[in-house]
Design a protein around this ligand. Structure first.
Ligand SMILES: NC(=O)c1ccc[n+]([C@@H]2O[C@H](COP(=O)([O-])OP(=O)(O)OC[C@H]3O[C@@H](n4cnc5c(N)ncnc54)[C@H](OP(=O)(O)O)[C@@H]3O)[C@@H](O)[C@H]2O)c1
Length: 320
């Protein structure tokens, strides 16, 4: 598995990372504790060294399970978690107030069972807290040695600029896949390239749609909420998703690979991307997904995928 420099941090991350949202057990349907722990360990066995989690995933459950999985393996991985989504029962809100950050960092360190987190990312912007206050607190926490590097997620270009003017960030975590390529146009990807900020993209499988396993008429079991976050299960984009999947499947066949490998490899090797965070809930999934790290798409194949992915934008425009 290729490793790439993360910004100017000096860290080198695998081009396929492990996403642990699913391990929270409350968004992607249930997952057992042993299965979750085995998934994290299998990722490491497959050459993945970047593990992304968040307190919001299962209200601390994903971090807790990652912490247990890393018993004795801490030095094999770079641990990335987040701050700024606060849950109280079913109520979820964005909060980057200094005191809240202080509470969150202690919770993450305790659940992950580590003395320091390698990459601490703002999960979502909080419009009610001045960024100056947030960054001041985060920079202090970094100086105290509780986190090694800072990053942000789901920011627009203006927010990236503001944050960078307050302190060094090493990473940006946006949504990016064959089904959603906004960062190519909205200035964020260009900003990161210019300022040597690493880009860890999420959702390269479109929440699982691009594995092809849902068929052309995706339906989800009760308790599975991914369609609330990823809009690719909706009727309006069904034909466009099917068009992308046709191309993905055809290219996968030529390589003797799975459709998901093609989607993940496309994202991980797109210009400006440092690592594609791929979510997994089982040993089989994570071991398979790591194979995407070995798949090299030709320029012609990338072009075919690029063309097919335009169908999504067209479907969106027709909707409006
Ligand atoms: N910063 C943010 O706001 C943000 C937002 C979203 C995600 N993320 C991060 O990015 C990571 C990746 O995104 P994601 O997990 O939402 O979506 P994703 O990677 O596009 O899809 C992951 C899901 O696809 C299915 N899957 C994965 N590998 C598979 C395989 N080989 N075969 C069949 N199905 C497979 C699994 O669900 P099933 O088995 O249940 O189908 C898995 O949970 C997250 O886990 C999280 O760490 C961050």
């Amino acid at each position: 598995m290729e490793h790439r420099a993360l910004g100017r941090s000096g860290l080198r991350v695998s081009k396929i990372g492990l996403g642990t949202w699913g391990l929270g057990g409350d968004f992607y349907g249930p997952v057992g504790e042993d299965a979750a722990i085995d998934t994290v360990r299998a990722a490491i066995d497959s050459g993945v060294n970047l593990i992304d989690t968040a307190p919001a995933y299962g209200d601390g459950r994903a971090e807790e399970l990652v912490g247990r999985a890393l018993n004795g393996l801490r030095d094999s991985v770079l641990l990335a978690t987040k701050v700024g989504i606060v849950r109280k029962g079913k109520r979820i809100r964005r909060c980057l107030e200094p005191q809240s950050i202080r509470t969150e960092i202690e919770g993450s360190l305790r659940r992950l069972k580590v003395e320091a987190i390698d990459l601490y990312q703002i999960h979502w912007p909080d419009p009610d807290t001045p960024l100056e206050q947030t960054m001041e607190t985060l920079l202090r926490i970094r100086d105290e040695g509780k986190v090694r590097h800072l990053g942000v997620s789901n920011f627009d270009q203006v927010q990236l600029e503001q944050t960078s003017s307050l302190g060094r960030i090493e990473s940006f975590q946006p949504y990016y896949s064959l089904l959603g390529r906004a960062i190519e146009e909205d200035g964020t990807l260009d900003f990161c390239r210019e300022h040597e900020i690493g880009v860890l993209c999420y959702g390269a499988l479109g929440g699982g749609v691009l594995t092809g396993k849902f068929g052309d008429r995706p339906s989800l079991p009760e308790g599975d909420h991914r369609h609330n976050f990823y809009p690719y299960f909706a009727e309006q984009v069904r034909d466009a998703v099917a068009r992308v999947l046709r191309e993905v499947r055809a290219i996968a066949r030529v390589h003797g690979a799975e459709p998901g490998h093609v989607a993940a490899a496309w994202a991980a090797d797109s210009p400006g991307i440092t690592s594609a965070l791929i979510g997994a809930k089982s040993v089989d999934q994570v071991s398979s997904n790591a194979l995407a790290g070995e798949l090299v798409l030709s320029p012609e194949e990338r072009e075919r995928l690029d063309r097919a992915s335009e169908a999504i934008e067209e479907a969106r425009e027709q909707e409006q």
